[in-house]
Design a protein around this ligand. Structure first.
Ligand code: KMH
Ligand code: ZN
Length: 274
C-alpha cells in the first residue's frame, strides 16, 4: 500500500473566523497555518486565498504573495490552488492562479446545490475549458467530485483525452446538495474510479474523521482542514489546521500506514520531483 498523502485545506472560501478564529485571512496567518499542517505531516496544501478583511479572492497577485510566503518557509511542500474559488465567481476569475503554473490545481467536475441557497456552477463547457488550460500549462488536475455523476463526467472527458492519466480524484462528501458522507457512499465512489486512479477523501463536518479512517484502511489518501471542518472533536474547535492533521497522523499510525513526504507524494501522483 502506498504511503498516506495528507492534504490540508487550510482556508476555504466559505468558513470564517467567526466559525473558527484560526481561519487565515492575512499572509502571515496563511504561512502559520500551512506550516502547522506541514509540520504535522501534510504534504499538500489546498489553497484558497483572501484579502486581509477575509473576502475570498482568486486574484493571481494575492495567490503569488501567499504562495511565495509559504514556499519561503517550507520550500518542498506541494501547493494546490483552488480553481473553484467561491460561488458566483466567473470562470476567468477562478482560473487566475493557473497563471502561476502550480504543480496541481483543482478541477471541479459538475454543478451542485451548495448549501441552502447557492449553486456552484461548473458546466461541461467550463470543465473542458479548465482542463484544457491545465493540459497546456502542465498542471495536474485534482478532480473534485461532489457526487457520483461528477465521476462519470470526468471519466467521459478522460475517454475523449481531455482529462489525462493518471487521474487523481478528491471525493468531497457531505456538502449539503452533494453526495452524503456514509461508508456506503464512500464505497460507491471508491469503486467507480479506474484501478490506476488515485483518490483522496474530504469529509465535510462530522464526516471528516470517519471517512479519513475509511481511506486510510482502503489505501486512499486524506484531506482535512478548516475549509471542510472546524472541530477537532464534537463541539471542540480545532486550534489549528495542524491539530486536524495530527489527528489523521495518529489514526494512520494506529493502523500501520506510513505518511508520505511531499516528494513521496509527488512520486505517487506522478508529479515532477522538486
Ligand atoms: N468554494 C467552493 C464553492 C475547489 O476548491 O475547487 C468550491 C471549492 C472547490 O472549494
Ligand atoms: Zn476548496
Amino acid at each position: 500500500m502506498d504511503k498516506l498523502i495528507i492534504t490540508a485545506a487550510i482556508c476555504g472560501a466559505e468558513v470564517l473566523k467567526e466559525h473558527n478564529p484560526a481561519v487565515p485571512y492575512k499572509v502571515e496567518e496563511f504561512v502559520r497555518e500551512a506550516k502547522a499542517a506541514y509540520n504535522a505531516g501534510a504534504s499538500i496544501i489546498h489553497l484558497h486565498v483572501r484579502w486581509d478583511d477575509g473576502t475570498p479572492t482568486q486574484d493571481k497577485n494575492r495567490f503569488k504573495e501567499v504562495m511565495d510566503a509559504i514556499y519561503a518557509e517550507i520550500p518542498d511542500v506541494i501547493i494546490q490552488p483552488s480553481t473553484g474559488g467561491a460561488v458566483g465567481m466567473t470562470d476567468d476569475e477562478r482560473l487566475q492562479p493557473l497563471d502561476l503554473t502550480p504543480e496541481m490545481a483543482t478541477l471541479d467536475c459538475g454543478t451542485l446545490n451548495f448549501g441552502p441557497v447557492d449553486i456552484f456552477v461548473n458546466t461541461e463547457k467550463t470543465i473542458i475549458y479548465f482542463a484544457e488550460k491545465m493540459n497546456v500549462l502542465g498542471v495536474k488536475p485534482e478532480i473534485e467530485v461532489f457526487d457520483k455523476s461528477m465521476v462519470d463526467t470526468a471519466l467521459r472527458l478522460h475517454k475523449k483525452g481531455i482529462i489525462k492519466d493518471p487521474m487523481h480524484f478528491d471525493f468531497v462528501m457531505g456538502v449539503q446538495g452533494g453526495i452524503g458522507g456514509s461508508l456506503r457512499d464512500f464505497v460507491f465512489l471508491r469503486h467507480s474510479i479506474p484501478a490506476n486512479a488515485t483518490y483522496t477523501v474530504a469529509g465535510i463536518g462530522r464526516f471528516e474523521f470517519p471517512l479519513a479512517m475509511a481511506a486510510i484502511i482502503d489505501g486512499g489518501h486524506v484531506r482535512v482542514g478548516l475549509e471542510d471542518n472546524v472541530f477537532i472533536s464534537k463541539g471542540v474547535l480545532a486550534k489549528s489546521n495542524g491539530e486536524l492533521v495530527e489527528k489523521v497522523v495518529r489514526m494512520a499510525k494506529e493502523l500501520g500506514r506510513e505518511i508520505a513526504t511531499p516528494n513521496e507524494a509527488r512520486e505517487i501522483l506522478g508529479l515532477k520531483k522538486k
